[in-house]
Design a binder for this molecule. Sequence first.
Ligand code: BGC
Length: 252
Amino acid sequence: MTTSNLGVGIDVGGSGIKGAIVDLDTGEFVSERVKITTPKPATPKAVGEVVAEVVRQLEWDGPVGVALPSVIKNQVAVTAANIDKAWIGTNCHDLLATHLPGRELSILNDADAAGLAEVAFGEEQAKQNGAIFLTFGTGIGSAFFADGKLFPNTELGHLLIDGVEAEHLASSAVKDNEDLSFKDWAKRVDTVLHEFDRLFNPSAFIVGGGISRKADKWVPRLTVDVPVIPAKLRNRAGIVGAAMAAYEHVKP
Ligand code: BGC
């Protein structure tokens, strides 16, 4: 299937590789979400095969956008914090083109993809002034927006706070691994947000990732003096943003 205002986005995460056909006028899924467990190790070749399988299951033959947990410059992965280190230096476009020949492909950072979707279809304050979008999952992803325009490849999850990377302190994986209560985890998120605020002074933090579904359990506990707003698209955002990137030929 290919239709002009539809697109496919694939979000490569630490636990699953997820994709869907997206209506790019509304940001809604128009297919089931296909999810395949992330191969271990998540090497470029293994992930490429799964991405192609997701596209096959969606019966899609148009452009494909892929969101990866890496800094992506000129379609080359520069970092690989939560996927196999073999990604570093890989031209993701060329790699995926071997699995999906003849396609229009766009590869971008997963938090940037999710942030783009939130700006287009989600929270109004993401479009205004200097907003920082954050995703809490296996790591902490970040996307910076100035009046809705993306400054790509920011990596706030790796900012050192008292010598510890922000995502090692306060990702939602850390909450699970250390069995932290929302109260204790929120204290850590608060520490992280205070530091981000001190350095970047955003007009708002928009918080996404699966754990934003339970925002009422932790957002009200935060003391940072900037609005913290749960993302509207939640874990749909990465897929929608990746589909938008392919459709709009965004190729960081
Ligand atoms: C990666 C980022 C990614 C974030 C969320 C971090 O560990 O360095 O590139 O956006 O995790 O997946």
